[in-house]
Ligand binder design. Structure first.
Ligand code: PLP
Length: 351
């Protein structure tokens, strides 16, 4: 079967009609990869699975929401869309707008966007506006402009974004043939944790799953407004995709954690970096730094004795590591130079 993208795959759960023009790059249908070596390395007796959403068309889970947001914008006759972004939303908005024939405008914090993400927005011909301010300022600005002028906002406060992103939960349940016990993920603007919880609850209501997971969200320590219970004016973290001080879906994320008997906690940049290296080195999966916050959370909770033997644990890896190769190169072993002689190669190999 050819995967049709999340709107067609889950049409009965999506707010679309026959008249909705489906704009899709066949997003979703991403792998759920068992991670036994990682689990063993951290000393956790759990069934650990990685939902690798870095394999989406533009390399992040944002595509799940963007296919629906752009389809609905086109349905209502919009000609242009706008978003604020830490990078991945702009990459996704630019790509789907190109396919839809819409004009895309993106506001980004100057100098704080991973190179790969900027490259994506540029090649798809979005108009990129860099501001001397952070993501939160950019979001305030685009909200104000979309309120007043005929341009569609495609940040996750656009309800269609979350409706599309909930497909991640459907896929996990379809792949596991049931709900996991625990679902971990990074939290930035808090849209994804909100969307996953919506998805799980919809599947539960339909009787497709018979239990619900605990939702466990992790913020970076320097950008942890939900954990601290107050807006962070100057969020700081190497995980640029979750460098957010005033999340748009703050209340919904708190509700998801509370209703599911999960929690929202924080992990340090060191813990994120270490998890990032372990995922790549032990499981062969290259995710971006922000994506590793969920696994850093698994490691943190495991240390405190949180899991029971055999628990099923899913962690969403939200984006692809190639987007931020500068970061990975900076912490990896450098290539060695050898002469182009057989003996030099033999010596370098340690024979
Ligand atoms: C957007 C993003 C996040 C944060 O998701 P929210 O829905 O904003 O909480 C995490 N990781 C990556 C790679 C992202 O692009």
């Amino acid at each position: 079967m050819i995967w049709p993208g999340i709107i067609e795959a889950y049409r009965e759960f999506m707010p679309v009609s026959k008249r909705t023009p489906v704009v899709t790059l066949q997003e979703g249908g991403t792998p759920l990869i068992p991670a036994p070596r990682l689990a063993a390395e951290i000393g956790a007796d759990i069934q650990l699975y990685l939902k690798f959403d870095g394999t989406n068309p533009t390399g992040s889970f944002k595509d799940r929401g963007m296919t629906l947001a752009i389809s609905k914008a086109k349905e209502k006759g919009a000609e242009a869309v706008i978003c604020a972004s830490t990078g991945n939303t702009s990459a996704s908005a630019a790509a789907y707008s190109a396919q839809a024939g819409l004009k895309a405008y993106v506001l980004i914090p100057k100098g704080k966007i991973a190179l790969g993400k900027l490259a994506q927005a540029m090649i798809h011909k979005a108009t990129i506006l860099q501001i001397d301010g952070n993501f939160d300022t950019a979001l305030t600005l685009v909200k104000a402009v979309a309120d007043k002028y005929p341009i569609t906002l495609v940040n996750s406060i656009n309800p269609y974004r979350l409706e599309g992103q909930k497909s991640g939960a459907f896929e996990v349940c379809d792949q596991l043939k049931g709900s996991p016990l625990h679902h971990f993920l990074p939290v930035g603007n808090a849209g994804n944790i909100t969307a996953y919880w919506m998805g799980y609850k919809e599947y539960y209501k339909r009787g497709i799953i018979t239990s619900l997971p605990k939702m466990l969200g992790f913020q970076a320590a320097g950008a942890a407004p939900i954990v601290l219970g107050r807006v962070v004016e100057h969020p700081k973290t190497i995980a640029t995709a979750i460098r957010i001080g005033n999340p748009a879906s703050w209340k919904q994320a708190v509700a998801a954690a509370a209703e599911s008997k999960g929690q929202i906690d924080l992990v340090t940049d060191e813990e994120i970096t270490s998890a990032y290296q372990m995922i790549a080195g032990l499981e062969g999966i290259f995710c971006e730094p922000a994506s590793a916050a969920g696994i850093a959370g698994v490691i943190k909770l495991n240390r405190s004795g949180y899991f029971k033997s055999g628990d099923s644990v899913v962690c969403t890896l939200t984006g692809h590591g190639l987007k931020d190769a500068d970061f990975s190169m900076g912490i990896s072993q450098k290539p060695q130079s050898i002469n182009g002689e057989f003996e030099d190669l033999v010596k370098a190999l340690g024979f």
